[in-house]
Design a protein around this ligand. Structure first.
Ligand code: NAP
Length: 317
C-alpha cells in the first residue's frame, strides 16, 4: 500500500485509540498513516479513512478522500454527519468475532428471560424463596429484528438452543439460518410479534426503524414478554417501555443501547426492577480481529477490487 495515505479518525479515549493504532499498523505495515491536518495540506493525494466515532466534520475538506472504512458495525452516527462527502464509498465493520459476541449476549438474555432468572435476582434482593414454573425451550418463541450479520449469528445460536425462532428483515432477500422462519415487511412483523415471548432488536438505526419499538408494537407481544434491545437506543420509545413494564404487559427488558449514552445517572432505567442495563457492551469490536478485516478492505479498495460490506447511503445501512 506504499504511496497511499491513510487517516485514522477516532473519538476514543487515548488508550483505546493507541490500541487501535497498534493493531491497524500491524495489519497494514505498508500504509502511510497521516492525520487529517496533513491530509488537508496535501488535498490532491488520494487517501482512505479508518473511522470510529469521528467528530462531525472530521472528514470534511478532503478532496482526495476515496474510501471510508468504519470500525463499528453501526454507521448511523457517521452517516448523520452532513459534512461526510456524499459520493465516497463507506464500508461498515463485519467481523465474525463481533457476531459471535453478539450471539453470546443474545443467548444469555433470551435464556435469562425464558427461565425467569431476572425474576430470581429480584427475589434474592427481597430474600424471597419462591420457585416459578419452568418452560421448555421449544415452547418459547424468540423473534430477532434484523437478519444481517448480527441477526443471523444470534438467530443461529437461538435455534441451536431449541427456541422457535423468527427473523424479521426489510427485504427477506437473505434466507434465515436453518431452523428459523424469515419474514419481511409490515405484514411479517405483525405476524411475528404475537409469537415473541422474547423480542431481540438487532436492526440498524435508519429513518425507517427509528421509534419502531413503541406502544403499539410492545402491546402486540404476548403478555409478560421480554424485550432485548441491542440495536440502538432510538429504536425504542423509552416512555412507552416504562409504561408497558409498569402496567405489567411486558415482563422485563434487557437494554444495551440508549437515546443518551452514557445513560445519565438520574435516568429511571438504572433503578427499575424490571430493567437490566448494559453499557453498550453487547458486542465490542475487537481490534485484534477487526484490524485485519479493515486491512483486507483497504487493500481491496487500493487494488480496485470490490469492497466488502458497503453501506447503502440512501437506505442508511
Ligand atoms: P446488517 O448486516 O446491515 O443487517 C441489517 C438487517 O436489518 C438486515 O437484515 C436488514 O434487512 C434489516 N433491516 C434494515 N432496515 C430494516 C427495516 N426498515 N425493516 C426491517 N428490517 C430492516 O447489520 P448488522 O451488522 O447485523 O448490525 C445491525 C445493527 O446492530 C447495527 O447497525 C448496530 O446498530 C447494532 N449493533 C449493536 C452492537 C452493540 O454492541 N449493541 C454491536 C454491533 C452492532 P435486509 O436483509 O432486507 O437488508
Amino acid at each position: 500500500m506504499a504511496g497511499i495515505k491513510l487517516l485514522f479518525c477516532a473519538d476514543l479515549d487515548p488508550a483505546e485509540a493507541a490500541t487501535w493504532r497498534h493493531h491497524l499498523a500491524a495489519a497494514l505495515p505498508e500504509a502511510d498513516w497521516l492525520d487529517a491536518d496533513a491530509a488537508r495540506a496535501a488535498p490532491a493525494a488520494a487517501c482512505a479513512a479508518v473511522v470510529a466515532n469521528p467528530r462531525p466534520g472530521a472528514l470534511a475538506g478532503l478532496p482526495g478522500l476515496g474510501f471510508v472504512q468504519s470500525l463499528w458495525a453501526g454507521v448511523d452516527r457517521l452517516l448523520a454527519d452532513p459534512t461526510l462527502p456524499p459520493d465516497v464509498p463507506v464500508a461498515r465493520m463485519v467481523d465474525p468475532a463481533m457476531s459471535a459476541a453478539m450471539a453470546e449476549t443474545t443467548l444469555w438474555a433470551a435464556l435469562s428471560l425464558h427461565r425467569g432468572f431476572f425474576a430470581y435476582q429480584r427475589r434474592q434482593r427481597e430474600r424471597r424463596w419462591h420457585v416459578h414454573a419452568q418452560r421448555r425451550a421449544d415452547e418459547i418463541g424468540v423473534v430477532v429484528l434484523g437478519g444481517g450479520a448480527m441477526g443471523q449469528a444470534a438467530a443461529s445460536r437461538l435455534v441451536a438452543q431449541g427456541y422457535r425462532v423468527g427473523v424479521w428483515s426489510r427485504s427477506g432477500a437473505r434466507p434465515p439460518p436453518a431452523g428459523a422462519e424469515g419474514l419481511a415487511g409490515d405484514d411479517g412483523l405483525a405476524r411475528l410479534l404475537p409469537r415473541a415471548d422474547v423480542l431481540v432488536n438487532l436492526l440498524p438505526l435508519t429513518p425507517a426503524t427509528r421509534g419502531l419499538l413503541g406502544a403499539r408494537r410492545l402491546a402486540a407481544l404476548p403478555p409478560g414478554a421480554g424485550l432485548v434491545n441491542l440495536g440502538r437506543g432510538a429504536h425504542l420509545v423509552e416512555a412507552d417501555l416504562l409504561d408497558a413494564l409498569d402496567r405489567g404487559t411486558l415482563g422485563h427488558a434487557v437494554l444495551d443501547v440508549f437515546e443518551t449514552e452514557p445513560l445519565p445517572a438520574g435516568h429511571p432505567f438504572w433503578t427499575h426492577p424490571r430493567i437490566t442495563v448494559l453499557p453498550h457492551a453487547a458486542a465490542l469490536t475487537d481490534p485484534r480481529s477487526a484490524a485485519s478485516v479493515a486491512a483486507a478492505n483497504l487493500r481491496a479498495w487500493h487494488a480496485g477490487r470490490p469492497i466488502e460490506h458497503l453501506v447503502d447511503r440512501a437506505r442508511g445501512y
